[in-house]
Write a protein that binds this ligand. Structure first.
Ligand SMILES: Cc1cc2nc3c(=O)[nH]c(=O)nc-3n(C[C@H](O)[C@H](O)[C@H](O)COP(=O)(O)OP(=O)(O)OC[C@H]3O[C@@H](n4cnc5c(N)ncnc54)[C@H](O)[C@@H]3O)c2cc1C
Ligand code: SF4
Length: 342
């Protein structure tokens, strides 16, 4: 049986109190929300924080506010996100991404904030302490070599959050709180392409909310590749959002990829290439190829590396066809085992 290491447990009741504790405890402290990722990681000694700052008792982090756009508290569980009508109706891509995270039990515990700040993953890392010790550990934790790219000085562990690519395609912002106040950054800027130092969040900051811009005619979707339909981390996520004129001409578009690098990222040229065009098969095919060329999956996740790169084009095609209004239920059932129609 794997046991948790010893830690102090703090249970603040407000964002300000959580920020004060984080600042006071220093880099040895970690935030825990649902604990669905952090606690298993602690059992495997990936992280051994001296203090856990629990966010479950912070009601402010559960707020949902409508206004110019939609504000979602970082402490909402993924089930609560999925059950929020405004998410389902206006931000379909986020709804489809959240609905495909893990299992119902994990979505009942796991939060939006925890999903956005999820640790990167790798077949050489997500193993027990003894397993990792047997290979002399690796660069990300306790070792000196990256077993995926032995000449690399950088860890290439993969970003496996489902909601982040959807939020990037939707042009969402992250609100970060600390004792010094709050700041808002584009969600895309929260990530670095580094498997170890993958978040631009400062250690004394906590993610308090996600801010979605007004939907204002935008439609969006998220397509996830995973081995099992029941649950699995993504080995590819394609998120797309577009604003179409009445005649179907693309006025603006954003396409983001997940699980093919150490960060989720926008492919700006792909969105730009669609502007002024209809989403016909020629435009979709051209853009799908361009998006696939940006994917750099590594041999550290499930399924064959080369096939994962190839399939990016097909998943981008599904996403853009869904945005133009095609009936994609059969493809959805084949790939996701769920209808996922908003
Ligand atoms: C079997 C299994 C399957 C899974 N499948 C998927 C999947 O398909 N897709 C997927 O995306 N995830 C998956 N997960 C991972 C995880 O369950 C989800 O990502 C979940 O949303 C994490 O949220 P949490 O609240 O439990 O995070 P926690 O485990 O509490 O925290 C995760 C990380 O985020 C940090 N954190 C938490 N809240 C904040 C905050 N407000 N501000 C700053 N940092 C914060 C923590 O310090 C920690 O580093 C899976 C997990 C398991 C065990
Ligand atoms: S990518 Fe390399 S350094 Fe990073 S977790 Fe995997 S083996 Fe370790």
């Amino acid at each position: 049986m794997m046991r948790l290491p010893w830690f102090e447990y703090r249970a603040p009741r407000s964002v300000a109190e959580a920020a004060r504790i984080l600042a006071g405890e220093g880099p040895g402290a970690m935030l825990v929300a649902g604990g669905t990722d952090l606690l298993p990681n602690m059992k495997r000694r990936h992280q051994s924080p001296s203090t856990l700052v629990a966010l479950r008792g912070v009601d402010e982090l559960k707020a949902v506010a409508n206004g110019a756009g939609l504000q979602l508290g970082a402490g909402l569980t993924l089930t609560e996100v999925v059950d929020t009508p405004a998410v389902r109706e206006r931000y379909t891509g986020l709804w489809q991404a959240a609905a495909q995270v893990a299992t119902p039990h994990l979505r009942n515990m796991g939060t939006l904030g925890g999903n956005v700040c999820l640790d990167t993953r790798c077949t050489y890392y997500n193993q027990s302490y003894e397993w990792r010790k047997a290979i002399d550990f690796c660069l990300k934790k306790d070792g000196e070599t990256c077993w995926v790219a032995t000449a690399s000085k950088r860890c290439v562990a993969v970003s496996s959050t489902d909601t982040a690519p959807a939020l990037i395609a939707l042009d969402a912002k992250a609100r970060l709180a600390s004792v010094g106040g709050t700041r808002e950054i584009a969600i895309a800027d929260l990530y670095r392409n580094d498997g170890i130092d993958f978040l631009a969040r400062k250690p004394e900051e906590l993610l308090s909310a996600i801010l979605l811009p007004e939907a204002n005619g935008w439609r969006s979707c998220y397509w996830k590749l995973r081995r099992r339909g029941s649950f699995d981390f993504p080995v590819l996520g394609v998120a797309a959002a577009a604003k179409l004129a009445a005649d179907g001409t693309v006025e603006a578009a954003r396409i983001a990829l997940g699980a093919v690098a150490s960060r989720p990222f926008l492919v700006p040229k792909a969105g730009e290439a669609l502007v002024g065009r209809k989403l016909d098969d020629a435009a979709i095919g051209e853009v799908a190829g361009a998006v696939a060329s940006r994917a750099k999956p590594m041999d550290n996740a499930d399924m064959n590396l080369y096939w994962r790169k190839e399939v990016v084009s097909a998943f981008t095609t599904y996403a853009l066809r869904e945005l133009r209004g095609d009936d994609m239920r059969a493809e959805r059932l084949r790939t996701a085992r769920q209808a996922l129609a908003a």
